[in-house]
Design a binder for this molecule. Structure first.
Ligand SMILES: Nc1nc2c(ncn2[C@@H]2O[C@H](COP(=O)(O)OP(=O)(O)OP(=O)(O)O)[C@@H](O)[C@H]2O)c(=O)[nH]1
Ligand SMILES: [Mg+2]
Length: 471
């Protein structure tokens, strides 16, 4: 499309080169999706990215910023009237105010438009003036992508799947007892439906807290303004072939179908299908700290999340996308400021290995993928500390719990990621070698230099990969 405009322009004069190009590249906003499981660092990432794109002193690895071609960056009203605006100002104030703290958890989709006025690079720079790139950044929970699997399942199929998976889980005990009391073929009774849905929701919360990732329907955990509505008031019941009209089973089936058509499909249609570039944030360090089971769960969750990016996997999505593809996907291990930079390469290797299957699938589908270890907001400084005759590469920061300064050594990540992933796959109960500590640091008090955003690690590289070619 770009090449065509350029060719046409060359024939009909300089002016149309400029207008042809700008309409091809820049009138259409670029949509950047930011996702990841709960607490993976989405809100902090977007806040720091936007702040650092507005004040670009720390963005040297973003070529357009280093070359001084970004003349201005400013926020604009976001274009989707029904989507909440990403509350950039409050989040930035939390992170960079006089007593800095982490922003609150966010529980729904939100969106922000950042417009960048850019001087074009190279040959074309003399031919046209400033261009504007509208970057629409969309924050959405990775858990919602897991709901895609529901679209291919009937209520009976989904129910038997779920019931067999949870039968042995202690978290499901209360729900299973409620289910045993229910008479699916009997008349629908709203208090009973509500009790079942509440017990099932309780199970989902407990299962997620215990590290299970297969916690769908995703909106049961993050209901937003759907809380209490019929689309969230259902639960799996054993298949009941002859359930009559008006029975509890039929009503549950109807609500499950409504969840698919009124909650899942609109999310994919209104948000997911329009994404051009995607970053998937992964808190791999916390999972490693929690042990092999958590790493294995994370690997499964990543594979499931990323299968949404594989075209042809799902009929509804294939029809919806009509050949459109996410062009680039970045897998970013967040919170790398918990590690001395000597270990960042190993962290990257782990995140690559962890998302290998998913990456291979996306690559097959024609998307560019990359992996890196980064910190959206650097909270630590590095230091070497003597220990038993050697030097340990540590990081120093303010502990979130006590507010005290401390140096911290998380343990040595293995050079070969298989040393973590293989025991995880084999169901090991704990790591044989190495013990990995986790620590929560508070954001450090900052005095932001004029022209510079908050300190980070490799946020500029992430930006170059995601949007550099569009600047
Ligand atoms: N040290 C460090 N911690 C971080 C960084 N980014 C996020 N965190 C930690 O991770 C927590 C979650 O970050 P958020 O950005 O709120 O994560 P989220 O994915 O938006 O979380 P939900 O909205 O709950 O899904 C924060 O409260 C911090 O404790 C970082 O760059 N460095
Ligand atoms: Mg958030």
């Amino acid at each position: 499309m770009v090449i065509t405009s350029l060719a046409d322009g060359v024939i009909s004069g300089v002016e149309s080169v400029a207008s042809g190009l700008s309409s091809a590249l820049f009138d259409r906003p670029l949509r950047l999706g930011v996702t990841g499981l709960a607490r993976s660092g989405k809100t902090v990432f977007i806040t720091s990215l936007v702040a650092n794109l507005m004040d670009r002193g720390r963005m040297l690895q973003l070529n357009a910023a280093r070359e001084g071609r970004i003349e201005a960056a400013f926020l604009q009203p976001q274009p989707d009237d029904t989507v909440p605006r990403f509350d950039f100002e409050s989040h930035l104030a939390a992170l960079t105010g006089p007593s800095p703290h982490w922003p609150d958890s966010t529980r729904a989709v939100s969106e922000l438009r950042l417009s960048l006025k850019v001087r074009p690079a190279g040959l074309l720079s003399g031919l046209q003036g400033l261009r504007t790139l509208h970057l629409d950044i969309v924050d959405y929970p990775g858990e919602w992508l897991l709901d895609l699997a529901l679209l291919d399942k009937s209520y009976a199929e989904w129910s038997s799947d779920v019931l067999s998976r949870i039968a042995a889980r202690p978290q499901a005990e209360h729900f299973l007892a409620e289910k045993a009391k229910a008479a699916p073929a009997g008349a629908h009774d709203e208090p009973q439906a509500q009790a079942l849905a509440a017990a099932f929701t309780g199970y989902l919360h407990a299962a997620r807290a215990a590290g299970f990732y297969d916690c769908t329907p995703g909106r049961f955990l993050l209901p937003g303004d759907l809380e209490g509505s019929p689309v969230l008031t259902f639960a799996p019941l054993p298949p009941e072939a002859g359930a009559p009209r008006g029975s509890l089973w039929r009503e549950m089936e109807r609500r499950y179908e409504a969840y698919k058509s009124k909650v899942v499909k609109p999310f994919f249609r209104d948000h997911f299908a329009r994404i051009d570039r995607q970053v998937v944030l992964v808190d791999a360090l916390s999972a490693i700290h929690s042990g092999p089971q958590a790493v294995e769960d994370l690997r499964h969750a990543m594979a499931d999340i990323l299968s949404a990016f594989k075209p042809g996997r799902n009929r509804f999505l294939t029809r919806l996308l009509g050949g459109k593809r996410v062009e680039k996907i970045l897998f970013a291990a967040t919170k790398a400021d918990h590690l001395h930079h000597a270990q960042h390469g190993r962290m990257t290797a782990i995140i690559e290995a962890l998302t290998r299957e998913a990456q291979d699938r996306a690559r097959f589908a024609g998307a560019h993928t990359a992996a890196l270890a980064m910190a959206s907001l650097r909270t630590t400084t590095e230091e070497m500390r003597p220990h038993n005759g050697t030097e340990l590469p540590c990081v120093r920061g303010t502990l979130l719990e006590t507010g005290k300064q401390a140096a911290f050594y998380p343990g040595a990540l293995p050079e070969d990621p298989a040393q973590l992933l293989t025991p995880a796959r084999q169901g090991a109960a704990r790591w044989l070698e190495g013990d990995y500590q986790a620590m929560a640091f508070a954001p450090a008090p900052l005095t932001l230099k004029h022209g510079s955003g908050p300190p980070h690690i490799r946020l500029d590289r992430a930006a170059e990969f995601l949007i550099g070619d569009a600047l």
